[in-house]
Design a protein around this ligand. Structure first.
Ligand code: GLC
Length: 561
């Protein structure tokens, strides 16, 4: 079955994401940096990954932690110099690790020279690099009703020329006008600049937002991201992405993965289906991150395994043989997965189960820093302790909507992006071994005395060593990479069971999301005693030919060769 799927290096790799400010501090100033990364390249390689994706390293005022770029061609002094970057690039390549850069082209920083020029006058040559409009009601109200993805209006008034500019994120992140061919040329030049330097691809930030509907019409009035229907997957998106591909990307052996909010498999296929018009190699969708919330993690609902399984089944079956999935359960925008889909009580067991659950599916796995040791949410209790602009804005919005401080802080403790942004816990020593400075730039999760890389290295059964085992297994077995996905026992609300099929091989994956013991009945045709148990997060497990009693959060992978 399914032995003619096209092979490619980007399908076979696993990627480790670094959010540089919190990864490792190499110069003792309390902030993670490239020297720190250099010192950890062997560690990264030891995980069994094949590439590093760097969240933005560029010059930035850091209003949104580097997703507000002031200079696309230089490294932020916070992180080091271009020499430091090249040392990391060479060091990564020497170890067989590819390097993927974050490409943020929907918007720039308001400190980028294009914007500083653009705001000077209405006839400035850079004026049309951004969206400037007169407001409504005698210029008192913004030009339309769009709301920022970070809450609040999506427009900011600028006194210099008496006009408003569009920002779909923070007000310090003005949106670029991609309809202007000069802007697209700038983007292509930036891509070439990094590809010529030797980087291997891009993670393209909110790439589906870059084309706005002409006339910028009013949107459906919701408190966050109103207007989205007029810019997400917008009218010229195909055209622009194809232009980038044909003019630049096709000339390099590189990969792209685009971030795509509100994406469905049907729409994704129009951008990532393989063939001459393929625009991106993969897309990061969000649907599988909504099993415990309504669209955004702030609108929290009880976790539903059935909802999660439905989404996975949809993406796995609709893309197979046509396009490629990008699989992740954590990144710098998502709270830690153990708090959401796993269990603090069964931290180790659930972390391992969740790793199997998504890495054994079809697609390229992405692993976020700290995920491999089972880091958890820090759960800060006062708004003043938070750093993230979206958390602070959303807090204000919830307070305006009538939520108490306590309730809003409860939501933030669950939902804030800052949960993923605490420093990586390297040791049980001072500042978790993250920095030699007196203080790290941000709060360190107090559980670092137990949850840290050093302790995990010393324990053969740690989450870390389980990740290594799992990634090695994936690398050594084509079926894990190229096999077809078939879900079983769809209506079971405690177990996620699926099989993979490749040539004459089969693999059975069993994942329990239950805090108690759970009964597992093997799907028809899978005799458990005939399969080889290749991965499991418990020792001494028992089974009969057609089933087993599973421990809390147990996972098992059986191979039939
Ligand atoms: C993406 C990034 C996020 C950033 C936003 C604006 O969603 O992942 O961190 O805040 O885009 O650039």
């Amino acid at each position: 079955m399914a032995d003619n799927i096209t092979r490619s290096w980007y399908k076979e790799m696993a990627v480790y994401q670094i959010w540089p400010r919190s990864f490792c501090d190499g110069n003792g100033d309390g902030i993670g940096d490239l020297k720190g990364v250099l010192s950890k390249l062997d560690y990264i390689k030891s995980l069994g990954v094949d590439a590093i994706w760097f969240s933005p390293l560029y010059v930035s005022p850091f209003k949104d932690h580097g997703y507000d770029i002031a200079d696309y061609r230089n490294i932020s002094p916070d992180f080091g110099t271009m020499e430091d970057f090249k040392a990391v690039l060479d060091g990564a390549h020497a170890r067989g690790l590819k390097v993927i850069m974050d490409l943020v082209i929907n918007h720039t920083s308001d400190q980028h020279k294009w914007f500083l020029e653009s705001k000077k006058s209405k006839d400035n040559p850079y004026r049309d690099y951004y969206f400037w409009r007169k407001g409504r009601l005698g210029n008192k109200l913004p030009p339309n009703d769009w709301k920022s993805n970070f809450a609040g209006d999506a427009w900011e008034f600028d006194e210099t020329t008496g006009e408003w500019y569009l920002h779909l994120f923070a007000k310090e992140q003005p949106d670029l006008n991609m309809d202007n061919p000069k802007v697209r040329q700038e983007v292509k030049d930036i891509m070439k600049y990094w590809l010529d330097m030797g980087v291997d691809g891009f993670r393209e930030d909110v790439i589906t937002y870059i084309s706005k509907k002409e006339g910028l019409p009013d949107g459906f009035p919701i408190p966050i991201a109103a207007g989205m229907e007029h810019y997400n997957d917008g009218p010229h998106l195909h055209e622009y992405l194809r232009e980038f591909r044909h003019d630049v990307l096709d000339n390099y052996d590189c990969m792209t993965v685009g971030e795509a909010p509100m994406m469905t498999p049907e729409k994704a296929l129009k951008h990532i289906a393989e063939g001459p018009d393929q625009e991106l190699n993969m897309m990061f969708n969000f649907q599988h991150m909504e099993a415990d919330c309504l669209f955004v993690s702030w609108v929290h609902v009880p976790f539903s395994l059935k909802k999660l399984k439905k989404v996975y089944n949809n993406w796995q079956t609709k893309l197979y043989g046509k396009a490629w999935n990008a699989n992740y359960i954590e990144n710098h925008d998502q709270p830690r997965i153990i708090n959401r889909y796993g269990s603090l009580k069964f931290r180790e067991e659930s972390a391992k189960m969740l790793a199997v659950m998504y890495i054994c599916q079809s697609g390229t796995p992405f692993i976020y820093q700290g995920q491999e040791i089972g880091m958890t949410n820090i759960g800060l209790t006062e708004i003043g302790q938070y750093d993230d602009v979206s958390t602070r804005n959303t807090y204000q919005l919830f307070r305006k909507l009538g939520f108490s401080d306590r309730k809003t802080m409860e939501l933030a403790a669950y939902a804030s992006r800052d949960n993923a942004r605490t420093p990586v816990q390297w040791t049980a020593g001072k500042n978790a071994g993250f920095t030699t400075a007196d203080k790290a730039w941000f709060h360190i999760n107090p559980n670092y005395t137990e949850v840290n890389v050093e302790a995990a290295e010393a324990d053969p059964d740690s989450i870390l060593n389980f990740y290594r085992q799992l990634l090695k297994f994936r690398k050594e077995h084509d079926i894990v990479i190229y096999g077809q996905f078939i879900e079983h026992d769809h209506d079971n609300d405690k177990l996620f069971v699926y099989s993979r099929h490749y040539k004459d091989q089969r693999m059975l994956v069993v994942c329990s999301f239950c805090e108690n013991k759970a009964i597992f009945k093997a799907p028809e045709g899978f005799d458990l005693n005939e399969g080889k148990l290749v991965l499991c997060n418990y020792k001494d497990v028992r089974q009969s030919a057609n089933g087993a009693i599973l421990n809390p959060y147990e996972t098992r992978v059986y191979l039939y060769e």
